[in-house]
Design a protein around this ligand. Structure first.
Ligand code: ADP
Length: 451
């Protein structure tokens, strides 16, 4: 790797958790591959042995006992019958290259018959001895058990063989054995397929996990960067706004008798708004936005929501007057609505939602605050008749780095960050936030808090 390339890698590649997941995934693949391979080998072998046993069951030991195990068998009708059966089985089991009946005498294995057509190349004639037979093969006769051999090479090729005994039911003697040969390459292909498919599937799943984790880390990184910028911007904002508040206060003090009452009211509103900006800025800085708000740090108290919301409406009076927008409580709003919640956080939540309603409303319209109780929750709604949110973009609204296309097109100022923050504040209090919106008709945000 060239020097300096590491610095260009996304930070999450250097993230220890990411590296740990990569290493664990590789280790898991290796261990899983090892077990799957053994399982595949075992299952291929077992299936071949079982097939040999089922073929052995088809043969009658008495018919085989009529054979002598030499060229004279070619005239024997029992040989013709056995040969026909073997040829038929060879045609049915297409992956099997050869099926054969062998016998055992004087410590040697020899052929009775096989599935190769009469007089074709490779046919094992009756009595042909098989000196390549291993002790394991011979144990089929000496111990009467079924075995799997191979891959082993003999004069015909390289094979994996399933061999099962044919036993005389009365004397329990092993009269002959049935062998099924599969070409070693076919056997290896079977094992490879059974091994690779699950390994590939697991690999794809692990890769997807890594991709999702990478994306999640990248998003976290971007949001953290954004939060840092917001924090710096907040610092920069605090001092000038504090200056404006201070100037308003001194104006109000000095001009208590000299100022026109309407001017004094406006200056006082500017002062209140300044205070609100300073407190919001403080909130943003304190909570460093992207870290989850710690539910343990919620300062629960009995809050009169009617007063809290009225204060917010009052602080927005200048803007609402300028845009001729009326913010009002629904006719069914209860006079006093008390909730057990964190006052400062609720102020921040509803300031944001109501300010959004105002920002995205058209002049000469109304914003209505509603309330209903459902399932032990108090739901406060903020309904506007503004630009709405395009359906396809609604899923992104709480993402934290998203602004809808129509909001951007309308050149309404904003960061796309507020609702992400609001959602965290609502959920930290055990609440829920959601919305319904139709483009060019309006939007209603619902905030459900415990009553
Ligand atoms: P912003 O600072 O952009 O308003 P928010 O996080 O508060 O950031 O809102 C995210 C986006 O949601 C906004 O950019 C806007 O596209 C959309 N949005 C929020 N509230 C409304 C609303 N009342 N009407 C229409 N769009 C809204």
């Amino acid at each position: 790797m060239r020097r300096g390339t590491l610095g260009l890698m996304p930070r999450f590649f250097k993230n220890r958790v990411f590296l740990l997941i990569v290493v664990c995934s590789l280790a898991l693949e290796l261990v899983f591959g090892f077990f799957v391979y053994h399982f595949a080998v075992q299952s291929e072998q077992e299936s071949l042995v079982i097939r040999a046993q089922s073929v052995a069951a088809v043969f009658d030991s008495r018919e085989i006992e009529q054979l002598r195990g030499d060229e004279s068998d070619l005239q024997n009708p029992a040989y013709a019958s056995i040969k026909q059966k073997l040829i038929r089985i060879g045609h049915v089991d297409t992956d099997v290259t050869s099926v054969y009946v062998t016998g055992y005498r004087n410590g040697e294995i020899f052929f009775y018959a096989d599935s190769v057509d009469n007089h074709e190349v490779g046919e094992a004639t009756p009595g042909l001895s098989y000196p390549e037979a291993t002790p394991l093969f011979k144990s089929v006769f000496t111990e009467g058990r079924s075995i799997l051999e191979g891959p082993l090479a003999d004069r015909w090729g390289t094979w994996v063989s399933g061999i099962a005994p044919i036993v005389d039911g009365q004397t329990n003697r092993v009269v002959a054995s049935i062998g099924l040969d599969i070409d070693a390459s076919v056997y290896r292909l079977g094992v490879a397929t059974k091994t690779l498919i699950p390994i590939l599937l697991l690999g794809v799943i692990l890769l997807l996990v890594l991709i999702f984790y990478g994306q999640y880390e990248k998003k976290k990184e971007t949001l953290a960067l954004k939060a840092k910028f917001i924090s710096i911007a907040s610092h920069e904002l605090r001092s000038p706004v504090a200056g404006i508040v201070w100037a308003c206060q001194s104006l109000l003090k000095r001009g208590a008798t000299q100022l026109d009452p309407s001017v004094a009211k406006t200056v006082s509103l500017i002062e209140q708004t300044g205070h609100r900006v300073i407190s919001s800025v403080g909130d943003i800085m304190n909570l460093s936005a992207l870290e989850n708000v710690d539910p343990g740090k919620i300062a629960y108290e009995q809050v009169n929501m009617t007063v809290l919301l009225a204060d917010i409406i009052e602080s927005l009076a200048l803007v609402t007057a300028e845009h001729r927008i009326k913010i009002r409580f629904d006719a069914r709003w209860p006079g006093k609505l008390e909730l057990e919640c964190d006052r400062e956080k609720c102020k921040r939540i509803f300031s944001n939602v109501i300010t959004n309603a105002l920002k995205y409303s058209r002049p000469d319209s109304q914003i209505v605050l509603g309330h209903e109780s459902k399932g032990g929750m108090r739901i406060i709604s903020v309904k506007d008749n503004g630009i709405g949110i395009p359906l396809a973009e609604q899923a992104n609204i709480f993402r934290g780095d998203f602004r809808a296309s129509n909001a951007l097109a309308a050149h309404v100022a904003g960061s796309g960050f507020g609702l992400h923050f609001v959602k965290e504040l609502v959920e930290a209090q055990g609440g829920k936030i959601w919305f319904e919106s139709e483009i060019n008709v309006g939007t209603t945000f619902f905030v459900a808090l415990r009553g």
